[in-house]
Design a protein around this ligand. Structure first.
Ligand SMILES: [Zn+2]
Length: 315
């Protein structure tokens, strides 16, 4: 599982991404160590429920990196990948909150972002958290990483979606005034998606608005699934019904979510659970296939800047 893959950005000193050169090193390493599964063999494994050895590459969030830095590299190597796109952005033409959070932290660092957030957020907004615990954390966090995690926990999990967008807008305004919303060029265009699909890439659904599904009522889960598949069916010539859960991990979706995906004809869905896909997963849990975060593999540590090669296998 990959997210941002790019060269060093100019204006985002705290941004976490995988440097494109590390991405290439990781592809070399994967190729030498495991090899890659062809699209045909993967399709076959889904049908026969027999795993095949090798790696399958997935890319989440539909960011422009996937067209500009990943796609050319995959083409050059004769590889394919599955690209999961949150479809709501093509209607709203605004950045998803999850990406505004990345940019907030990327530009200002976790400490500054957390201070600004604590000045804006109010107890009653944090419906999914013991508010008192959060409010008592008025000390400065020890380091950027800790503060970054807290900002993400508050904005992705604790806060009610009713308040998130406006809180984020207020925090961003407090920190950097009213810049543009940054939508242009942040995501894949529809033309780029089609070009990638024509070249053998799979484009799948990453929901409409990238919510934590376990925070949603079943009706809202259905809308997120149904509308995102309908959108891809409308804009792509030959869509493949596949899905990956926003954020990932078993706490982010429910059995209902998996049933709804099946009902909508989804063929396979990816969770984030760091282990190999076994025959039993293909047979019994095709809506929750495990996958590794690239961070866990050699050369894959998404960081602020280039990662030095590590000597031992990091699994
Ligand atoms: Zn995502």
């Amino acid at each position: 599982m990959y997210h941002y893959v790019r060269p060093e950005p100019d204006d985002l000193p705290y941004f976490r991404y995988l440097h494109v050169e590390d991405f290439k090193s990781q592809l070399d390493w994967l190729d030498e160590t495991y090899g890659f599964v062809s699209r045909g063999d993967f399709e076959n494994a889904l049908m026969t429920r027999e795993p095949v050895p090798g790696a399958v590459l997935t890319f989440d969030d539909g960011v422009h990196d996937h067209y500009h830095h990943v796609f050319p590299e995959l083409k050059r190597r004769g590889l394919w990948g599955v690209f999961y796109v949150p479809t709501g952005i093509y209607q709203t033409r605004t950045l998803l909150d999850v990406h505004r959070i990345h940019l907030l932290i990327g530009r200002h660092g976790g400490m500054e972002a957390l201070d600004a957030l604590q000045a804006v957020v109010e107890d009653h907004m944090l419906v999914d958290k013991d508010n008192a615990a959060f409010r008592s954390n008025t000390y400065r966090f020890q380091d950027n990483d800790e503060a970054t995690n807290e900002v993400k926990r508050v904005l992705n999990y604790y806060i009610s979606y009713e308040h998130r967008c406006s809180v984020l807008t207020e925090v961003l305004a407090a920190l950097n005034g009213h810049r543009g919303n940054g939508f242009d060029g942040f995501y894949l265009s529809l033309e780029q998606m089609q070009e990638m699909a024509d070249a053998g890439m799979v484009i799948g659904s990453h929901s409409v608005s990238h919510p934590v599904f376990s925070k949603l009522e079943v009706d809202d889960q259905w809308r997120e699934i149904d509308h995102s598949f309908s959108f891809l069916e409308e804009v792509l010539a030959e869509p493949v019904r596949t899905f990956c859960y926003p954020y990932g991990g078993f706490h982010n979706f429910t059995d209902d979510t998996q049933q709804l995906l099946k009902k909508r004809g989804c063929r396979f869905a990816f969770n984030v659970e760091p282990r190999d896909i076994e025959a039993q997963d293909l047979a019994d849990h095709p809506m929750a296939l495990p996958r590794y975060d690239c961070n866990m593999l050699r050369f894959g540590r998404a960081s602020m800047g280039r990662e030095r090669p590590v000597e031992s296998a990091p699994l």
